[in-house]
Design a protein around this ligand. Sequence first.
Ligand code: AMP
Length: 309
Amino acid sequence: MSILVVGSVALDTVKTPYGEIEDALGGAATYFAAAASYFAQVNLVGVVGDDFDHNQIEFLKSRNVDLTGLERQTGKTFRWGGVYSNDMNDRETTFTHLNVFESFSPKIPESYRDSEYIFLANIAPELQLDVLKQVHSPKLVALDTMNFWIEGALPALQEVLGKVDILLINDSEAKQLAGENNLVKAARAIHKMGPKTLIIKKGEHGALLIPNDMNFFVAPAYPLETVFDPTGAGDTFAGGFMGYLARTNSINKESLSQALIAGSAMASLCVEKFSLERLKDLTGAQIHGRVQEFSKMMHFDADGAGFNL
Ligand code: AMP
């Protein structure tokens, strides 16, 4: 099954306690596509400027990512800068230069319109709505958003939420969107806005799957000793999550839970190197190995001795 992703392709300038990079490949759609490509065929829609070196994304082509929908416009590529604090939990955005992304108007190539799985990365909700008007009959639509749109474009965000199956969002933004301080109450409120399934990302504390029957599934984050660069972890998570669903082409509690692990495994691998370096040449065995680590880490015997109280 194929996946359509619409979002940013960027040049990132990032500083972490382990080093810094300037104008390195980044962007939500790029991280997503790289991660999802290990599981399924990906069609990418985005825009870059005439300063963008296409050699940087040759590896995506070799991973069977279709770049027909990557427009090239006169002007500069979207640039983003971030600095991480020592414990990597805080990130300060140092600059956001939209450049050609400012006038981005996604055009979905005819050959992409039958994509079964759709990921609307973090862009203006009006543009996310516009993408949905151009596709035929997707099997599953997932959406990412952020506080900027919750604060500045709530009516359009509510409209697009009414048309998607899954919302991926971080915990503080879920509470903000719902106007609730409690995550469970926030989840109930967001289900009423449209998405039947919520994925709540909690950074180094893992991720929660909250279906509308409230039967939670929880994945921890993999406890890494060294996180080099957390940039793109959320989009990489989304890529693993959607990639797994597209590969198995079944959507139920079981597959959604497995997909949560696929996303968590891919995100944990991504942050081991700067930019997209780690996502360029993973092997199936490395991904499977990380998933097995999750399995070991999450297993316990609820009926074991000592619990029979
Ligand atoms: P994450 O760490 O998952 O939040 O993703 C960071 C990636 O998102 C970076 O590669 C940035 O280039 C990209 N990014 C940052 N801000 C924006 C924005 N306002 N719109 C679209 N993409 C962005």
